[in-house]
Design a protein around this ligand. Structure first.
Ligand code: GDP
Ligand code: MG
Length: 303
């Protein structure tokens, strides 16, 4: 990890990707990150893992989150996933909607747009410009713009690389000034672990409100892939005092269960697969002032 000072005005933030299957979200991420870290396929819904892509530039760090939940609600479950994806979107700094410009919008694109409307700032990438018929381009452009009248749009080709530098520039300009959350060279995957820990912590903070202010830390002890069965995550929530342990566990274990449920839903939305989450609570007195403890919890210098 490099600790070189960042340039003034360094920007960072989360960008949630939205778009129906097959529009080229994974291809786009691959091209943006310039390495083959995302699952790409011509079959819809193959993106099941590695949905995080971290783009570290001299001036900015962009953390892309694929939101596989934002697909056509083919059935009730789809609707539920859509709700969760919307929650994920609300927490992002920016939404990047991806549409296929060589075809006009269909009902699913309209649904994606509807999910985005009024939520986060949205930037639209009209992908597959290499396939687009110039005669139909204006009409398709207008039809997509009508779905998201406020959004800024640009055409790209994830496959050929057209306009991607411009896209990155526009993304970065919309992120808030902020630090690097991840060290250079860290691109994806192992960060699911970190992000899972962060989501668990955030769920705890949200549900506990002021009761245990800032006294929560989370360590992911186990993160196991279980094939089609999803992933098993075992994590420990650390508090500073015995009294706080009682609050986190709650009456009859209710609070810990609620934290687990909320965190699990968010981790599932983030990773696009089922997650089985097991939480424990431990007292680690004064962990906030203890450098070794902080290191063990994965807190890095400057964070
Ligand atoms: P996702 O489901 O949105 O993640 O879509 P994928 O990234 O898996 O891409 C679906 C298909 O579209 C793949 O066959 C890609 O090669 C293809 N594709 C993606 N972007 C482009 C593009 O800009 N131009 C062309 N011609 N094909 C693309
Ligand atoms: Mg994909």
């Amino acid at each position: 990890m490099t600790d070189q000072p960042l340039p003034e005005g360094h920007r960072s933030g989360y960008v949630a990707l939205a778009g129906k299957p097959n529009v080229g979200k994974s291809t786009l991420l691959n091209s943006l990150l310039q390495q083959g870290v995302m699952a790409v396929s011509s079959k819809p819904q193959t993106t099941r893992r590695r949905q995080i892509g971290i783009l570290t530039l001299p001036q900015a760090q962009v953390v892309f989150l694929d939101t596989p939940g934002i697909h056509a609600p083919r059935h009730e479950l789809g609707k539920l996933m859509l709700d969760e994806a919307i929650t994920a979107l609300a927490e992002a700094d920016l939404a990047l909607a991806v549409f296929d410009v060589h075809a006009g919008p269909d009902a699913v694109d309209a649904q994606v747009a509807q999910a985005l409307a009024g939520n986060t700032t949205t930037l639209v990438a009209l992908n597959k410009i290499d396939l687009a018929d110039p005669a139909a381009l204006q009409e398709h452009w207008d039809a997509y713009q009508a779905l998201l009248p406020e959004a800024e749009m640009l055409t790209v080709s994830a496959l050929r690389g057209d306009n991607l530098a411009e896209l990155v520039g526009r993304i970065v300009s919309r992120l808030p000034v902020g630090p690097r959350y991840y060290s250079e060279g860290e691109v994806t995957d192992s960060f699911e672990r970190d992000i899972a820990a962060e989501l668990i912590r955030a769920a705890g903070m949200q549900l506990l409100r002021q009761e245990v202010p800032h006294a929560l830390a989370v360590h992911v002890d186990e993160y196991q892939e279980r094939g089609e069965g999803g992933a098993f995550i075992g994590a420990t929530v650390f508090v500073e005092r015995e009294s706080q342990k009682g609050i986190v566990i709650g009456k009859g274990g209710h609070m810990l269960r609620d934290i687990g449920t909320l965190a699990r839903k968010q981790i599932e939305a983030m990773s696009g697969r089922k997650v089985y989450l097991e939480l424990k609570v431990k007292v680690l007195p004064g962990w906030r002032d203890d450098e070794r403890a902080l290191h063990r919890l994965g807190y890095k210098a400057g964070r």
